[in-house]
Design a protein around this ligand. Structure first.
Ligand SMILES: [Zn+2]
Length: 200
């Protein structure tokens, strides 16, 4: 595993607003992965993991914290309304049949409704987040992380934000070039004011 950190000994400007001074403990972090080779077992792969710190100022840290809140709140309200509606309308799936063989259908209906409600809540939460972000002029949302130059450079050479799925890569060629990675690391250190070190 590798760690890429902004070099705070040199002046670091916040990536999100591009004007304030970044503070080390308000830093945002994200993780990228890349498969390097196939593992010992048939369905396993070895991958590199890099934790990247994104320079952030106090103000942007607070804004990001606020932006996440409506999603959680809507979700909570959504669940309460959902359960409330089920009780008010006395929906039939609340009455478990005495016949265990009929339980499967009840559970399936219940699971579908919970899942749909979950999706709806996430969608409303995201929508609110988009609206709030539209009003946060001059400040980038956390979703913009992929534009942070070191992250962009790593994405360009095939890193991904999701943990590699070994099964999905079964039978596919794995292209990993150590030299390309070293050159990218050098460019991140030299041009982007970062310190790269090995982690655990
Ligand atoms: Zn900022």
């Amino acid at each position: 595993m590798w760690i890429i950190k902004p070099n705070y000994n040199k002046h670091q400007t916040c990536f999100y607003c591009g004007k304030n001074k970044a503070i080390a403990d308000k830093e945002n972090t994200t993780t990228l992965y890349k498969i390097v080779d196939r593992g010992k077992f048939m369905l396993s792969v070895n991958y590199l993991k890099i934790d990247i710190g994104i320079p952030r100022c106090e103000e942007c840290y607070k804004r990001h914290k606020k932006a996440g809140k409506p999603t959680c709140l809507i979700f909570l309200i959504g669940i309460i309304i959902g359960i409330g509606l089920c009780f008010i309308y006395d929906l039939p799936f609340f009455k478990f049949s005495s016949e265990p063989s009929e339980w499967f259908g009840t559970i399936a209906v219940l699971a579908t409704i919970v899942l749909m409600w979950f999706i709806a809540c996430v969608m409303v939460g995201s929508l609110i987040r988009i609206i709030i972000n539209a009003f946060m002029k001059g400040t980038k949302d956390e979703e913009n992380n992929e534009n942070y130059p070191p992250i962009k450079k790593l994405l360009d050479i095939g890193f991904m934000s999701q943990k590699p799925d070994a099964a999905a890569h079964y039978g596919k060629t794995i292209d990993f070039d150590k030299t390309i990675l070293e050159n990218t690391f050098k460019s991140i250190t030299d041009e982007n004011n970062c310190i790269i070190r090995r982690g655990q």
